[in-house]
Design a protein around this ligand. Structure first.
Ligand code: ASP
Length: 450
C-alpha cells in the first residue's frame, strides 16, 4: 500500500487536481491521499493558508472580513467550476468558513488553528469529489474520525502516540480511496490543532507509518531533491537519486524546503521509505529516502543553508573546570522556553546557537541579565544575523580530509567562518557564517564537493 501526499501547488487549480486524480488512479496500490490547502498558482499568488490567517486576523480585530472571505471561497469555486463539479460543494465550503469565523475568539491559538485547518479540510472534500466525478470510489476522512490526536500546542502541535493504533485501525482496511486533509488533527477535548507551517508532510508521514505503507510518496513540484538550493547555485542540474533518512533530516533542518524536517521521523520509526516526486512529471523516479544506502567514501549528498540564527557567546576563564556551567546556561534558556540548535564550545567559552524567531529582544535582555548574574562570565555577547551552512553525507564519516577541503574552499572564497561544528553523527559539518556571506559560502562548497 502507498500513501501519497500532494502539496499546495498540486491542488492550486483544477488542472493540478486533475493530475492528482490521474496519478493516483494509475496505480491501484495508492490507497491513501493526503492533500494540502491550495497553494500558489503563480509566483505572485497567495496561498490559501495565508489568506485564511489574514482573514482570521481581521476577525480577531473585529474588522470586516467579507472580501477576505470571498477571496478564499473563490479559490475553491474556481477549481469546482473548472472541474465541472456540482456547485453545492462551493456553497458547503462557504458555510464551513462562516461557521469557523463565527466561532469563539477568546483563545487566539484555538481560533487561529481552526481557521488555518479549513484550507486542508475543504481541499480534501473538494478533491474527494474530483475523484468521485471520475467514477472512483473515494471518500473524505476527517482526522477526528480517524483518531489523529495532537497535543494542544496550537500552531505547533505534535502527535499523541496512541493515535497510531487508532489510525491503523480506521485506515488500513478502508475499501474506498481515502482522501485525508493534511496539517491538522484534534486535541483530546475535540479542538482543532495544527502542525507547524508546511505540516501536511507530517500528516502524510504519520499515516504512512500507521498503516505500515510500502512507500510514502510525497508529491511536490520538483523532479527530485537537489543537492543544493538552485536559487543559490543555478547551475545545479541533477537531483539526488537516493539518500538516507539521516541525511534528509540534516538537510531539511537547514533549509531544504522540499520536505518538512519533522516529517522524516514517523516514516523512519516505521521503516517506510519516502519517495519525493513531481506531480507535473510523474514519470520521473524522484528521490528515494531510505534507511541505508551504499556510499562512496568522500561523497557529499547535499549542502543546505538557512539564515535567521543568532549566537549567544559566553566566555569565562576556566569554564571547563566549573561543574554545572553548561547545565545552568541551558537552564536559563529553558526557563525562557527557548530551544537551542547547536552548542559549539571551547575550553573557556561556549556558543549557543538559536533561531532568531525564538529569541525576542525582551527575551534576550532577560537571558543576558540572568547569565551575568548567575554565571558571572568574563563576557557575554549576543550576535544576530547568522546563517548556518551544512555539508551533509554519510560518506563524511569514512573519509579523512573532508573538513580541510571545506575550510579551504571557504577561505579561498574569502568567507569568514564564525563557527564550526561536526555533528556527533559525523555525517554533517556545520559552518556558521554571517548571513550576507551565505550564498558565497554555499557556492564555494558546492564547487569543492560536486
Ligand atoms: N497549508 C499549510 C501551509 O501552508 C500546510 C501545508 O501546506 O503543508 O503551511
Amino acid at each position: 500500500m502507498k500513501v501519497c501526499k500532494f502539496g499546495g501547488t498540486s491542488v492550486a487549480n483544477a488542472e493540478q487536481v486533475a493530475k492528482i486524480v490521474d496519478i493516483v488512479l494509475a496505480d491501484p496500490s495508492r490507497r491513501i491521499v493526503v492533500v494540502s490547502a491550495p497553494g500558489k498558482r503563480t509566483k505572485s499568488d497567495a496561498k490559501v493558508t495565508d489568506l485564511l490567517i489574514a482573514c482570521a486576523e481581521l476577525a480577531l480585530a473585529d474588522k470586516d472580513c467579507e472580501s477576505a472571505l470571498a477571496a478564499i471561497v473563490e479559490r475553491y469555486a474556481e477549481i469546482q467550476r473548472d472541474l465541472g463539479l456540482p456547485v453545492g460543494i462551493t456553497a458547503e465550503i462557504e458555510k464551513d468558513l462562516r461557521f469557523r469565523l463565527a466561532g469563539d475568539k477568546s483563545h487566539r491559538g484555538i481560533f487561529m488553528d481552526c481557521m488555518k485547518a479549513a484550507g486542508e479540510d475543504n481541499s480534501a472534500k473538494l478533491v474527494a469529489q474530483a475523484f468521485q466525478s471520475r467514477g472512483a470510489r473515494a471518500v473524505y476522512v476527517n482526522p477526528h474520525d480517524a483518531g489523529m490526536y495532537l497535543t494542544s500546542d496550537y500552531g505547533n502541535a505534535q502527535l499523541l502516540d496512541e493515535s497510531y493504533q487508532y489510525l491503523a485501525k480506521t485506515l488500513r482496511d478502508h475499501e474506498e480511496l481515502v482522501i485525508f486533509p493534511g496539517f491538522f488533527g484534534y486535541t483530546k477535548d475535540g479542538k482543532v490543532a495544527t502542525f507547524p507551517r508546511g505540516g501536511s508532510d507530517i500528516t502524510g508521514s504519520i499515516l504512512a507509518a500507521a498503516v505500515k505503507a510500502d512507500v510514502y510518496e510525497n508529491f511536490t513540484d520538483v523532479d527530485s531533491v537537489y543537492p543544493v538550493d538552485p536559487r543559490l547555485v543555478p547551475e545545479v542540474k541533477s537531483g539526488i537519486a537516493a539518500m538516507t533518512y539521516r541525511e534528509m533530516r540534516e538537510l531539511s533542518y537547514a533549509g531544504f524546503g522540499v520536505f518538512h524536517d519533522e516529517a522524516v521521523i514517523p516514516a523512519v520509526k516505521a521503516g517506510v521509505p519516502i519517495n519525493v516526486r513531481n506531480t507535473n512529471r510523474p514519470e520521473e523516479p524522484g528521490t528515494m529516502i531510505v534507511q541505508s544506502r551504499r556510499v562512496l567514501a568522500g561523497s557529499v549528498v547535499g549542502i543546505a543553508s538557512d539564515d535567521g540564527f543568532c549566537n549567544i557567546f559566553v566566555d569565562k576563564y576556566m569554564m571547563n573546570r566549573e561543574v554545572g556551567f553548561g547545565r545552568h546556561l541551558l537552564q536559563i534558556l529553558e526557563w525562557e522556553g527557548v530551544s537551542y540548535e547547536h552548542m559549539p564550545s571551547g575550553i573557556d567559552n561556549v556558543s549557543v546557537v538559536i533561531r532568531d524567531r525564538n529569541f525576542s529582544p525582551e527575551c534576550e535582555r532577560r537571558v543576558v541579565e540572568r547569565i551575568k548574574r548567575d554565571l558571572n562570565p568574563d563576557a557575554v555577547l549576543v550576535e544576530r544575523g547568522y546563517a548556518l551552512v551544512m555539508v551533509v553525507g554519510e560518506g563524511l564519516y569514512y573519509t579523512v580530509g573532508m573538513a580541510s577541503k571545506a575550510t579551504r574552499a571557504l577561505s579561498d572564497a574569502g568567507v569568514n567562518i564564525e563557527m564550526m561544528n561536526q555533528g556527533s553523527s559525523e555525517i554533517s559539518m556545520m559552518f556558521g557564517v554571517k548571513a550576507e556571506q551565505r550564498a558565497k559560502a554555499v557556492q564555494a562548497l558546492y564547487k569543492a564537493f560536486f
